[in-house]
Design a protein around this ligand. Structure first.
Ligand code: UGA
Length: 438
């Protein structure tokens, strides 16, 4: 069942076990993971229900912006290690390892919607009837307890089937997901079956050679590690943003404060950069889902709740801060919004502070001129009724005030002095603190 490939290294022969893998879902996680596993030497079929996406991928067109991904996809499709299809049944039948990487978006009530996982499991259950041993690996961020639920569900449906369910949460950051996959800080595996653990070790063998920690625990614990990690980072950001507000009132220097704090190895110097509030498809969704999970168990996660509230308030208050810079208020004024993506190096605008800011500006009766080097097509789908400029300069031409929301390199060339953009002499709120002081 396993093909053995021999890789010649400089000093030694390394034997890599290669598997047939099906990845369900070609979003940020599924696509990066599929391409990277193909690069490890496995034979990977990525499947998705969206025909248009698969058509594009088969033509070598990557539907998302992710540095290094296109090269990886093109290289591994050319060597036939990677392929794309909408035929889920066929891909799963051929696979030894089935990786579920579909989206689990936030529902209106804050809980995670795992319906795409359960829809895919219908096909998994059918395929497992053939008595061939397979691993069902849950990569999507799912509510704690889901892997056990799936195990029981599949066991009921496939009394003749032979399988293991494994939780294997992802820790990739958008914008550097390929690098994060190739050089992760840890691989977390939630599994009780020694056979499944051994196969996952082989799946990730190139990482083991780099001595990346491979931590095995039970599936509920693995699922909790994912939520607890994201919530902790969200708390850290919400906290530094509040301390930044305090510094503005006390006259202390927030960057020196963050640096001084970070010198304590118990605190660490990462995720202490103040900004417009965390966004993206993960922190807002995962903090809310964790809170809801706790609520369902009759407990309140007060620290997580506080981070969510502080972050929401921080994002909403940005408009008041812009208004305070403009004499006479925002009504009838033009404001340049520089940066729409929730962070640099991505075209993703999900839960971006820019959405709150633009809506707030429009409510105040302002006209908005927005610019982002990558994210304008995505923002146009959410907010079509504003002006989109071809450059930062063009957006600023019309503006009475400006706000910088994303830390794009090109904005770092703008000069400001005393909260005003030089030359144009218009007030600016630099939420990322990236403008050059002149
Ligand atoms: C986050 C986690 O960092 C990943 O480990 C995780 O795999 C991923 O969620 C996920 O659950 O899939 P991501 O959402 O891509 O990754 O973005 P981050 O780089 O973590 O940034 C999140 C938000 O925090 C952004 O809005 C960013 O601008 C903000 N941030 C980050 C700050 O405001 N300050 C900081 O110091 C760091």
């Amino acid at each position: 069942m396993k093909q053995k490939l021999m890789f010649l290294c400089v000093f030694t022969f390394l034997q890599i076990s290669c598997y047939k893998v099906a990845v369900v879902g070609t979003g940020y996680v599924g696509l990066v993971m599929g391409a990277a596993l193909a690069d490890f030497g496995h034979t990977v079929q990525c499947v998705d229900i969206v025909q248009e996406k698969i058509n594009q991928l088969n033509k070598g067109i990557i539907p998302i912006y992710e540095p290094g991904l296109e090269e990886l996809v093109v290289k591994n499709t050319a060597s036939q290690k990677l392929s794309f299809s909408t035929n889920i049944q066929h891909a799963l039948e051929q696979a030894e390892i089935i990786i579920l990487a579909v989206g689990t978006p936030m529902r209106q009530d804050g809980t995670a919607d795992a319906s795409a996982i359960f829809a895919a499991l219908e096909t998994v259950a059918d395929v497992l009837q053939d008595h061939v041993y397979r691993i069902v690996c849950i990569k999507s961020t799912v509510p704690i307890g889901t892997a056990d639920l799936i195990k029981n569900m599949l066991a009921e449906r496939c009394t003749t089937g032979s399988f293991d369910v494994v939780s294997n949460p992802e820790f990739l950051r958008e914008g550097c997901a390929v690098k994060d996959f190739m050089e992760p800080e840890r691989v977390i595996v939630g599994a009780t079956s020694p056979k499944a653990v051994a196969i996952l070790q082989e799946l990730y063998q190139p990482l083991q050679q780099k001595h990346i920690p491979f931590f095995v625990t039970d599936s509920a614990t693995a699922e909790t590690i994912k939520y607890a990690s994201n919530a902790f980072l969200a708390i850290k950001i919400a906290y530094i943003n509040e301390i930044a507000e305090l510094c503005q009132k006390t006259g202390a220097n927030i960057f020196d404060v963050a640096h001084g704090m970070g010198l304590d190895s118990r605190i660490g110097n990462k995720f202490l950069t103040p900004g417009p509030g965390y966004g993206g498809s993960c922190f807002p969704k995962d903090t809310n889902a964790l809170l809801k999970k706790a609520e369902a168990l009759a407990m309140d996660l007060r620290t997580v709740r506080a981070a969510i509230e502080a972050n929401d308030a921080h994002k909403k208050n940005l408009v008041n801060k812009v208004a305070a810079l403009v004499p006479g208020g925002l009504t009838g004024k033009a404001v340049a919004v520089l940066g729409l993506a929730f962070k640099a190096n991505t075209d993703d605008v999900r839960e971006s502070a820019a959405i709150d800011v633009i809506n707030g500006l429009l409510e105040h009766g302002a006209t908005v001129y927005a610019y982002d080097p990558l994210a304008m097509p995505n923002m146009k789908k959410i907010v079509p009724n504003i002006h989109y400029a071809a450059s930062a300069q063009e957006a600023l031409q019309h503006a009475d005030a400006a706000i910088v929301l994303t830390e794009w390199e090109e904005f770092k060339n703008l000069k400001a002095s005393n909260k005003k953009l030089c030359k144009l002499n218009i007030p600016v709120l630099d939420t990322r603190n990236i403008l050059r002081e002149s």
